[in-house]
Write a protein that binds this ligand. Structure first.
Ligand SMILES: *Cc1c(COP(=O)(O)O)cnc(C)c1O
Length: 392
């Protein structure tokens, strides 16, 4: 099928929940994807911060294929070696001691909220304005943006929102009923918003002084995206609970909740479950993907190539008045424009580069961590050309 035929069938049979790009993809390798007509694109979207080890990484492809021939699914009524090995590896690379497995970011946040309520015996969750935590009823409630909630009430009781970056506002919002504070270390969908210096550390202090749990939603920032395995390590602040998904299994769907020993032990048999959670296929993909990040030195590469990428974006910021800001950590970069950036996304696609626009006017660059410096140069050259054309 060609692009046009695929789009026609989508219109006819698929619920129209997405404002998709008019592009049908067929294949990928590293940081490049090809459409069904065979045109290549440098991919700075990476499945929205999912394909951190690159497309079709042979380690991940082989782990999935080998496991698929052995055992695809078991349910959590039984043990598998893949699941316990993955839990052990996640504990080794994170500030946590216990893992629970599920299938998506929203589901990981649901699990974290249940765990915090069970552990504390309290109901209230403080979340941030401009945040994003998923699309289930409870996670749109936690999300601090009206556009994701309208038409879908009644929402889940027990949530409050305060401005991101304001520790005082959190301190004032905490009551005797507060179970946890839920925060993205860097707001992703909200426009790549970096917290003020010392904010997360202060937040942890306020939480602990008040017996409130600190939950980091690292669904987008995890697995090398910000230059360390987790943003908690980039910012040197260990939360009580971390939620993960997106890049965890190299593109295979999976989510996880990580917690300290004490908090994790609050869940008892029967408290929480997921039929597919931590299935052997997803665990094999995650083991291969995380091991690849370690073996190929992708954390250091995320820092060094990310810095080179950011420097080039900053040069464009100096050159073009309509670029208002360039910010980010590692390979999680944003270029804020003084105008809506949907048009630029189309222009960049015509140049053979995939980027997306978040928060209306922020071009988000979250490429595979394996992107080469030559590919980064190609991306910024294309961006230069698109900006020059708009400026003329
Ligand atoms: C993408 C995202 C989610 C939701 O993940 P899904 O797998 O789509 O449910 C939650 N939190 C953050 C920070 C995200 O970026």
């Amino acid at each position: 099928m060609n692009t046009e035929e695929i789009i026609a069938l989508d219109k006819e049979y698929v619920m129209q929940t997405y404002g998709r790009q008019p592009l049908a993809l067929k294949e990928g390798k590293g940081a490049v994807v090809w459409d069904v007509e065979g045109r290549p694109y440098i991919d700075c979207v990476a499945g929205i911060a999912v394909n951190n080890v690159g497309h079709a990484h042979p380690n991940v492809a082989e782990a999935i294929s080998k496991q698929a021939h052995k055992l695809i699914h078991t349910s959590n009524i039984y043990y598998t070696e893949e699941q316990v090995r993955l839990a052990e590896l996640l504990v080794k690379v994170s500030p946590h001691q216990k893992a629970f497995f599920c299938n998506s970011g929203a589901e990981a946040n649901e699990g974290a909220i249940k765990l915090a309520r069970k552990y504390t015996g309290k109901g209230e969750i403080i979340a941030m304005e401009n945040s994003f935590h998923g699309r289930t009823i409870t996670t749109i409630t936690a999300t601090g943006q009206h556009k994701y909630k309208k038409n879908f009430g009644p929402l889940t009781p027990g949530f409050k929102h305060v401005p991101f970056g304001d520790v005082e506002a959190v301190a004032e919002a905490i009551t005797d009923e507060t179970a946890a504070v839920l925060v993205e270390p860097i707001q992703g969908e909200g426009g790549i918003i970096i917290p003020p210096e010392g904010y997360l550390e202060e937040l942890k202090k306020v939480c602990h002084e008040n017996g409130v749990l600190l939950i980091f939603d690292e669904v987008q920032t995890g697995f090398g995206r910000t230059g360390e395995m987790f943003a908690s390590q980039t910012f040197k602040v260990a939360p009580d609970i971390t939620t993960l998904a997106k890049a965890i299994a190299g593109g295979f769907p999976m989510g996880a909740v990580l917690a300290s020993e004490e908090v994790g032990n609050a869940f008892e048999p029967g408290d929480h479950a997921a039929t597919f959670g931590g299935g052997p296929l997803a665990c094999a993909a995650a083991l291969a993907s995380i091991q690849t990040i370690l073996d190929e030195g992708l954390l250091a590469q995320s820092r060094s190539h990310g810095e080179c990428f950011k420097t080039q974006l900053k040069d464009l910021f100096q050159e073009y008045g309509m670029v208002e800001d360039v910010r980010g950590k590692g390979m999680m970069l944003g270029m804020e424009m003084g105008m809506p950036c949907a048009n630029m996304v189309d222009e960049m696609r015509h140049q053979g580069v995939l980027v997306n626009c978040t928060a209306g006017n922020v071009l988000r660059f979250v490429p595979p961590l394996v992107i080469t410096t030559e590919q980064i140069n190609e991306v910024t050259d294309s961006l230069d050309e698109v900006l020059r054309r708009i400026a003329d």
